[in-house]
Design a protein around this ligand. Structure first.
Ligand SMILES: [Zn+2]
Length: 252
């Protein structure tokens, strides 16, 4: 492809991508970043494969049931493209370990399934200057946006997380199996564009996908000058931020 060429392929090979979550969103992300030849993939997940995952988590197979997801995801990548250097962390990303996991990556793909992780990645990556390809799903709907230094961040879009327990997770509500495939592929597309420094990423734009209506809508959003993470008077570190209770930023 002229727009990528040997130079772009080399650039991908020299790139390091971090995929947080090896589930429904992470599966297509891992598949396509590996297929694209992104030289190093770091995969973070603390879960083991369950049979009920298999309708949407396509890097895992029936024989992997009971196996840590990072192991079966890593084996998938090795089968597809043995040239890729895979690093795995069988853990959740937390405030305590985020500084050991994120630095050194050119892009982070947030394929997590919970608000504390989203806010933690948003905050830490923004302060470190690392871009994020964000995606989230709910039942038959998905959303994608791209968070880069200089553009608005996730807190500009959604200043506060819902209170714990007020929003059901995927396991509780179910999700159309194909849906994370579509949304994860969009995230992978954004990640590859960021690595190639090509095209027009979804910065300051929220892409909303409704699988039932088969509609894609894009809504613009802007940086909030009062955002605690990217605003004019933002914090310098995540030390004072709580990530268990609605991801609050300080009492003031
Ligand atoms: Zn912000």
């Amino acid at each position: 492809m002229d727009d990528v060429g040997p130079e772009g392929q080399k650039r991908l090979l020299d790139s390091r991508a971090l995929v947080v979550g090896a589930g429904g969103l992470g599966s297509p992300v891992i598949q396509y970043l590996a297929a694209a030849g992104v030289g190093r993939l770091t995969i973070v997940d603390d879960d083991v494969v369950e049979r009920s995952n298999l309708q949407r988590q396509t890097v895992h197979a029936d024989a992997d049931v009971g196996r840590p997801k990072v192991e079966s995801a890593s084996a998938f990548v090795a089968d597809l493209n043995p040239d890729i250097d895979v690093v795995t962390h069988r853990t959740r990303v937390t405030k305590e370990n985020v500084a050991d996991i994120v630095p050194g990556h050119d892009v982070v793909v947030d394929a997590s399934d919970n608000f504390p992780t989203r806010y933690l990645l948003n905050d830490f990556c923004r302060l470190q200057g690392v871009p994020i390809a964000h995606g989230a799903i709910y039942k038959f709907e998905g959303q994608v946006t791209t968070l880069v230094p200089g553009g608005p961040c996730y807190r500009c879009l959604f200043p506060e997380a819902p209170e714990p327990g007020t929003v059901p997770d995927c396991a509780a509500t179910g999700v159309l199996g194909v849906l994370p495939g579509t949304v994860g592929c969009l995230q992978a597309t954004e990640a590859v564009k960021l690595l190639l420094d090509a095209g027009d990423p979804l910065v300051g734009r929220l892409l909303f996908y409704d699988a039932m209506d088969m509609t894609f809508e894009t809504a613009p959003y802007q940086r909030n000058p009062e955002c605690p993470i990217c605003g004019d008077d933002h914090v310098d570190s995540i030390d004072g931020i709580e990530y268990t209770s609605a991801c609050a930023v300080g009492a003031d």
